[in-house]
Design a protein. Structure first.
Length: 403
């Protein structure tokens, strides 16, 4: 996998801090890709020149003329998609305010580091930058339209299954179905980050969705019988697929053929584009009226802020991996996740924490004593059907405690 070094902008009115930051970033292997500015105004001008150039911006809060808060607001207005990191001494209240401000303006505030700046803090946040930008930074090239059509013609779209486990009871509540291309020639596997956007661009995404939906729902009863308990199956839809008013009917038809009902199914809306048109909202509402669970995916990096959540017909929210990773020591993530817990418990929305990889993260999330489902490599990565079934049987036998 090719790793491209991220372009970083550092803004601080103290020359000394800029020198320290530069030294640290140099140490971390980023010497040619750092830009520094002594004022927020200068920084904003640089960003405006090419909005996609910087992958991350480290900013001080306290600066004369334009301060860090105002800079974050402007970056949000400009629809800047990189990560923003605050470099400042802050108490909980200030972080909380900055976080909600950033969310209101759809800016991706991904954390804070305190002064004196330490290499370990910066390096941890750069991992988050890489996660946020995984589509641009750590990317194997996409496959071509022709290759995708061939995979579809050869019926190579294959469902992989990943469990979501209840944090308190350890019960497997649901299983997310994730698309893979499994080569019929050599058994190699292509991951969705190399073909979903190609499918979206070339109007092939419906074919992928319905192929997966047919395959996985036709196995539902078999999988359920082998596990010996009920669960739900979750599928991903791109927002553009909601523009098709007939989408719910097509799904209903497939369910009927497999003697299932919408209550067995959760639809996750992968929200790389803002959920915008009235048609999309109408389809979402219709899915919900039919009894499908509807889940907002990737909360924390998408376009929906906490206040908008209330007005959309979702039954579940999935907290993105970038907010879960190292949450036990990350004050910023803790503040965002706590406020999400507060708001969603009033509105009876179910929560899923995605990307739980470490026991410390699970332990921290369990402290909330909140009904929460956990999905992540700590329990299981996405697996093909037979491997998933063996994993699940083992899990049930050992009363579901992770190793
Ligand atoms: P997603 O919907 O957010 O799915 C979760 C992704 O996180 C999966 O990647 C899964 O393998 C990964 N993941 C789960 N737990 C962990 C963990 O603990 N650590 C890490 N590092 N990663 C974890 P995957 O399968 O590569 O899918 C990537 C994205 O592709 C999905 O993100 C979804 O947006 C999209 N996608 C997959 N299948 C479909 C599909 O059928 N239709 C559409 N529209 N999109 C799909
Ligand atoms: Ca998903
Ligand atoms: Ca996600």
């Amino acid at each position: 996998m090719k790793k491209i070094v991220p372009n970083i902008l550092v803004v601080d009115d103290s020359k000394a801090i800029l020198i320290v930051m530069k030294a640290i970033l140099n140490e971390l292997g980023m010497s040619d890709t750092i830009t520094t500015c002594l004022s927020a105004k200068e920084a904003l001008d640089k960003v405006k020149k090419d909005i996609n150039y910087f992958d991350a911006i480290f900013t001080d809060l306290n600066m004369p003329e334009m301060d860090g808060m105002e800079l974050i607001r402007h970056l949000g207005e400009l629809n800047y998609q990189g990560g923003i990191i605050i470099v400042s001494e802050m108490d909980q209240k200030v972080i909380s305010l900055a976080a909600s401000l950033a969310k209101q303006h759809n800016a991706h505030l991904i954390g804070n580091i305190t002064k004196p700046v330490q290499l370990s803090q910066v390096s941890k946040l750069l991992i988050k930058v890489a996660q946020l930008n995984s589509h641009t930074l750590l990317k194997e090239p996409s496959i071509s339209e022709g290759e995708l059509i061939e995979a579809l013609n050869n019926d190579e779209i294959t469902p992989f299954y990943q469990p979501k486990v209840n944090a308190n009871s350890n019960i497997i509540e649901s299983v997310e179905v994730l698309a893979r291309i499994l080569s019929s020639k050599d058994g190699s596997i292509i991951l969705p980050n190399r073909f979903i956007s190609v499918a979206e661009q070339h109007h092939l995404i419906n074919q992928i969705t319905f192929s997966l939906f047919e395959k996985a729902t036709s196995e539902f009863i078999n999988i359920k019988a082998q596990l010996g308990h009920n669960f739900k199956m979750a599928f991903n839809l791109s927002p553009t697929q909601l523009d098709d008013l007939n989408c719910p009917n097509k799904l209903l038809l497939i369910l009927e053929l497999n003697q299932l009902t919408p209550s067995n199914i959760i639809i996750e809306i992968t929200e790389q584009h803002a959920l915008s048109s009235l048609t999309q909202l109408e389809t979402l509402n219709r899915l919900r009226m039919h009894g499908f669970g509807v889940s907002l995916d990737d909360f924390g990096v998408g376009f929906t802020n906490i206040n908008q959540l209330r007005n959309l017909p979702f039954t579940k929210v999935k907290i993105d991996r970038s907010l879960i990773s190292h949450i036990e020591t990350d004050l910023f993530s803790q503040v965002v996740v706590s406020s999400l817990f507060n708001i969603t418990s009033k509105d009876h929305l179910d929560l899923v924490a995605e990307g739980v990889e470490r026991p410390e993260e699970l332990a921290y999330l369990r402290h909330y004593k909140r009904n929460l489902a956990i999905q992540g490599f700590l329990f299981s990565c996405p697996k093909p059907q037979s491997e998933f079934i063996s994993w699940a049987k083992d899990w049930l036998r050992t009363d579901g405690s992770p190793a």
